[in-house]
Design a protein around this ligand. Structure first.
Ligand code: GDP
Ligand code: MN
Length: 384
């Protein structure tokens, strides 16, 4: 789940990362009230799930209430890279001496956390990364040992952060690492992390992505769900408790296991098709789950064929087949199903499907993943 800047700053504040005082507003009047409370000058910032707001005109300084009115009126309703601005964050403006960059992510290949830190932060960090990668220090952090103040200070040195800002940056890094790990983030990024003219270091922007698998231990995340950008299919899938991600192709995908689901997307692509979604129904592919999965896929009007790819392990092929037969009875599907059933009790499963008397233009079975993918892609190309 990606947070808006103001939500990220609220999260940072819980971990004692310094941020500016401010408030969120959905109308011009609310923006003025927020500015009055924060104290002038303020900065009015578009809240959208996309970066580069500054360059797009979504971030403006305002010296007084009249300027807040002008800027909030212009920013609310503006579209930034296709995202319409529904709310602004208004905070006390900072006097910037320098802009740095700091982030924590997981480096899967190294099996460690990765700190990226640069003395050249700000709106052009992508350009710095492309033209002067040496200006970004990459420091691995062993998740079992964590990040202490000495290591954080050493990282600040490696990134050539000026001496006078090193302690302040190190403090923020230690707090940001706490937020990243205890706060279950996939990404915690501050750009810019600023040194103020008064000499303090604080977060001027926040980009936080939360690991949805950890949501069960974070009731405080609930209030942020309302602003999450899910399409109608993803909302329905969430209601039904499915691991679903909407894509833009025409072949609906149902597979058991995330690895198999991803391989299924690859095979569909390999034979010239495009997947409409990722959907992992997990281990217990019973009738309830299969019905829910088919309902979600059926709600996607781009879907022209449905590829059900099941490799039975703990999941038994006969159970899956019963689930599909039951689901096909319950849901009136717009698109035909191509099923590949292999593994535990696959033969029993195929026998159940054959005996169900589902017309051949509604359900066909193919023995291998590749043949099934070809069939599903051919059906999708033919249309409904
Ligand atoms: P982004 O463009 O979406 O990354 O938005 P940021 O929040 O990073 O803001 C972009 C730029 O606006 C920053 O790099 C700053 O240069 C500038 N900016 C943001 N807040 C302030 C502020 O309080 N004071 C000043 N002087 N500039 C600011
Ligand atoms: Mn930024």
């Amino acid at each position: 789940m990606d947070l808006l800047e103001y939500q990220g700053k609220q999260y940072f504040a819980r971990y004692d990362i310094p941020v500016s005082a401010g408030d969120v507003a959905t109308t011009v009047d609310e923006a003025v009230r927020a500015a009055d409370a924060a104290g002038y000058p303020v900065v009015v910032k578009a809240q959208v799930h996309v970066g580069g707001r500054g360059k797009a005109g979504g971030i403006k300084l305002a010296a007084d209430a009249a300027e807040v009115r002008t800027h909030a009126a212009a920013i609310l309703g503006m579209s930034i890279k296709g995202h319409v601005v529904r709310r602004v964050w208004v905070e006390r403006a900072s006097d910037i001496a320098e802009e740095y960059y700091a982030s924590f992510t997981l480096d899967r290949a190294a099996k460690q956390h990765l700190l990226m830190l640069s003395a050249r932060g700000g709106v052009d960090i992508e350009e710095v990364a492309a033209t002067d990668p040496g200006a970004i220090a990459r420091v691995h952090v062993d998740p079992l040992r964590g990040l202490d103040a000495a290591a954080a200070r050493a990282a600040a040195g490696a990134a050539r952060i000026p001496e006078r800002a090193r302690d302040g940056v190190a403090d923020v890094l230690v707090a940001l690492y706490e937020c990243f790990t205890k706060g279950d983030c996939d990404l915690a990024e501050i750009n810019p992390l600023i040194l103020t003219t008064a000499g303090s270091v604080h977060a001027l922007d926040a980009k936080v992505s939360l690991d949805a698998n950890a949501a069960f231990r974070h009731p405080e995340w609930d209030e942020w769900r309302a602003t999450e950008e899910l399409d109608a299919r993803e909302r329905l899938a969430r209601e039904k408790g499915l691991q679903y991600i909407g894509l833009s192709g025409s072949v609906g995908i149902i597979a058991n296991g995330a690895g198999l689901a991803m391989s299924t997307l690859d095979v569909v692509q390999q034979v010239g098709g495009a997947a409409a979604n990722f959907l992992d129904i997990g281990g217990g592919a019973n009738a309830e789950l299969m019905t829910a999965a088919l309902e979600v896929i059926n709600s996607d009007t781009d879907v022209r064929s449905i590829f059900v790819n099941i490799f039975g392990g703990i999941t038994r092929g006969d159970e899956v087949a019963k689930g599909i037969v039951e689901a096909v009875r319950r849901v009136s599907l717009r698109a035909p199903i191509v099923i590949r059933l292999d593994g535990t009790n696959a033969e029993e499963g195929r026998a159940i499907l054959a005996a169900a008397g589902i017309p051949a233009d509604r359900l066909v079975s193919r023995p291998t993943m590749l043949e099934a993918a070809r069939e599903a892609v051919a059906l999708a190309a033919r249309g409904l």
